[in-house]
Design a protein around this ligand. Structure first.
Ligand SMILES: [Zn+2]
Length: 159
């Protein structure tokens, strides 16, 4: 496995591909894309949504290696499709009523209300609007079907 100093000097072509995807263990891109260790930096959170924390990670990664492409991948049967933010708020408030006020305005970026394709379109739009998007970096959005392993393109890469 290359050291980070080696990666800075590696010929990465137009740069690394960064994957933004869900934390769901059924949807591990290293498995369904057959990635080699160290091949694609991967940012994962519940739902694979583009949150402020995703930009924090992208900023750090892009400061240490050239970035050629951002690939957003959501997946079928995602938990984010089955709950609304109000559902999450209710569950947490019921469990810990003493912290109810602290989460009254919080969002978990669930996407039951907008659906799979719209969540991908919205998140790709956020990535394309990132103020530090490296010049020439493409952005694309896909859905992985966890039953068939097939990727479906929702937003074409903008090379
Ligand atoms: Zn998921």
């Amino acid at each position: 496995m290359p050291h980070i100093d080696d990666m800075k000097n590696m010929d990465l072509g137009s740069g690394v591909t960064i994957i933004i995807t869900c934390a769901d263990p059924r949807a591990n891109p290293a498995t369904y894309l057959g990635l080699n260790p160290g091949e694609c930096p991967t940012i994962r959170n519940a739902g694979g949504r583009v949150t402020p924390e995703v930009f924090t990670s992208l900023e750090l990664i892009s400061a240490v290696m050239p970035v050629g492409m951002l690939v957003l991948i959501h997946h079928t049967d995602c938990g984010g499709l089955y709950v609304t933010d109000d559902d999450v708020r209710s569950a947490l408030s019921e469990r810990n009523p003493e912290h109810k006020d602290g989460i009254k305005d919080k969002t978990w970026h669930s996407y039951k209300n907008i659906g799979m394709d719209q969540s991908i379109k919205d998140d790709v739009a956020k990535l394309k609007a990132w103020k530090f998007l490296p010049k020439g970096a493409a952005v694309a959005g896909y859905v992985i079907d966890i039953k068939t392993g097939q990727l479906r393109n929702v937003v074409e890469p903008n090379f």
